[in-house]
Design a protein around this ligand. Structure first.
Ligand code: MV4
Length: 497
């Protein structure tokens, strides 16, 4: 494996004495164990901190922007995905090239306690919480137990994994239907089932456990009372190695489809300052209880009556962290790196202020009209929006071939504004400006949401997409340039050219 030779970035300011002075405890080189937009995000933070970066890539990914922007890049394999999951291969590269830390991004190895452990014993800093905490949060049953112990509300449910159908039936009958079957190791909606009768519970318990076993290697399931049409509210947490834990406010991620988030906002439009303080304190309490260090997210359901319930904690950077950054001006990835280097948090809870509103839209290579089927191909035209309050976290360019092997996220468009109304208008305007051709994208669908009266009025919960089927009747975006090409082709064909 050879270092990527195509990097043309100027490295002239690296290692100069004045920049090193304030950075003595910092890492010298970080291996980014991810790809796409999040790899770019981490590389950008590293450059601002004067930390060298090494990327890993598969053959399918050799044209990725992040591969060129990293100072070095190493081919991993075999195949498009296995290299990103091969713990020993990645740690071996880090050791060989003298990287002192690994940032896992999200997905891949980011929530793998064994990987965090392997890094630790290999003398490489894993940029994330400890293996013990990752392991604990990987079990929703254990996380619930912890929340209960420290007095944070949880959804009424079974205290342990349910092994026998009688225990599940007994809980459901006493709590009342509907209930939800959940996989303790769950994620991405797998193993989740809403059931409304004894009979449905009986017939779904086994399938749910089997699905969980196949997907996560752990078939443990538990039962919770089903919360109807909740808001999905999550608090961003930062904890350091010196016992400081703060939160950066919340995100509302209620606009989801089959547990794939499409739009995330910050702050929530329905929390009062009082509820924000209370839930923020609850989130910090959970983090403190496990000596949480690094960035993490504490997820809650907020029901129609304004009651909140802890559901899980994610021990990683999340896709939607950008909305929090846009309203707090805190660089969360920079904080992750400095926390992992052992530095104390640079600000206290009272220094964190939330300013204005932010919305993130996920620009996916998917066709919303065909059940969000992934759309692959080559990007034939690309021009991203700009102007006041607009941020792009992207990983694509004109002539980039979207590989079929990874998730469909092409770019994240995050806008901020002073008021909700201004922010929605700004997002609409930015989606209008966005030129991305060659593959089908979520852009026209997202634009339609920005025009929809309930969304504009801030009236949306987790049932939003199901209750607004008219959103799928959007106009495909025919750009003037498309028309010129089509008309020229028609004239050419008519004239027999
Ligand atoms: C729930 C729930 C209602 N009641 N749990 C958990 C994992 C997350 N991805 C979705 N989760 C939910 N857990 C109880 N007890 C509602 C959700 C939920 C949801 C459910 C169906 C459709 C969309 C949803 C979006 C967010 C949360």
């Amino acid at each position: 494996m050879l270092p990527y030779a195509g990097s043309t970035q100027a490295c002239t300011i690296r290692n100069t004495a004045d920049l090193q002075g304030s950075n003595r405890m910092m890492f010298k080189k970080i291996l980014v164990a991810n790809r796409g937009e999040i790899a770019m995000r981490i590389i950008r933070a590293c450059r601002e901190l004067n930390i060298a970066t090494a990327a890993i890539y598969s053959e399918a990914d050799s044209t990725g922007i992040y591969v060129k922007k990293a100072d070095e890049a190493y081919l991993v394999g075999p195949g498009p995905v296995r290299g990103f999951l091969d713990m020993q291969q990645i740690v071996d590269i880090a050791l060989r090239i003298g990287a002192d830390a690994i940032h896992p991004g999200y997905g891949f190895l980011s929530e793998n306690a064994q990987f965090a452990q392997l890094c630790q014993v290999s003398g490489i800093t894993f940029i994330g919480p400890s293996p013990q905490v990752i392991n604990l949060m990987g079990s929703k049953v254990k996380a619930r137990e912890l929340a209960k112990k420290v007095g944070v509300p949880i959804v009424p449910g079974t205290d342990e994994a349910v092994m026998r159908i009688e225990d599940a039936l007994a809980f459901a009958r006493s709590a009342g239907y509907p209930v939800m079957i959940k996989a303790s190791a769950g994620g991405g909606g797998r193993g989740l089932r809403v059931v409304r009768t004894d009979q449905e519970l009986r017939s779904n318990m086994e399938t749910s456990a089997r699905e969980a076993l196949a997907a996560f290697g752990d078939g443990s399931i538990f039962i919770e009372k089903y919360v109807e049409r909740p808001h999905h509210i999550e608090f961003q947490i930062l904890g350091d190695r010196h016992g400081n834990v703060i939160h950066l406010g919340e995100r509302d991620c209620s606009v989801q489809r089959r547990h794939q988030k499409l739009i995330e906002i910050a702050p929530s439009l329905i929390l009062t300052p009082q509820l924000r303080r209370e839930m923020g304190e609850a989130a910090a309490t959970i983090a403190r209880a496990v000596d949480y260090d690094n960035a993490g997210t504490v997820e809650f359901l907020l029901d129609q009556e304004g009651r909140y319930y802890f559901i899980e904690m994610n021990p990683r950077i999340q896709v939607e962290h950008t909305v929090t950054e846009q309203i707090t001006a805190v660089d969360i990835v920079r904080s992750q790196i400095s926390i992992a280097a052992g530095l104390p948090l640079e600000f206290k809870q009272e220094d964190v202020t939330l300013q204005g509103h932010a919305i993130q839209c996920r620009i996916n290579a998917e066709d919303p009209r065909s059940n969000f089927r992934p759309s692959t191909g080559t990007i034939t035209a690309y021009l991203s929006p700009g102007g006041i309050g607009v941020r792009i976290d992207g990983a694509v360019y004109k002539d980039y071939a979207v590989p079929p092997y990874y998730d469909a996220l092409l770019a994240k468009l995050t806008v901020r504004g002073r008021t909700w109304d201004e922010t929605v208008s700004r997002m609409h305007r930015s989606l209008e400006e966005y030129v991305l051709r060659g593959v089908k994208t979520t852009i026209p669908f997202l634009k339609k949401i920005m025009e929809e009266p309930d969304f504009r009025a801030g009236r949306f919960d987790t049932s939003y997409l199901e209750t607004h089927p008219n959103l799928f009747a959007y106009d495909d975006n025919y750009e003037p340039e498309d028309l010129v090409v089509a008309i020229s082709a028609a004239i050419a064909s008519y004239e027999g050219l």
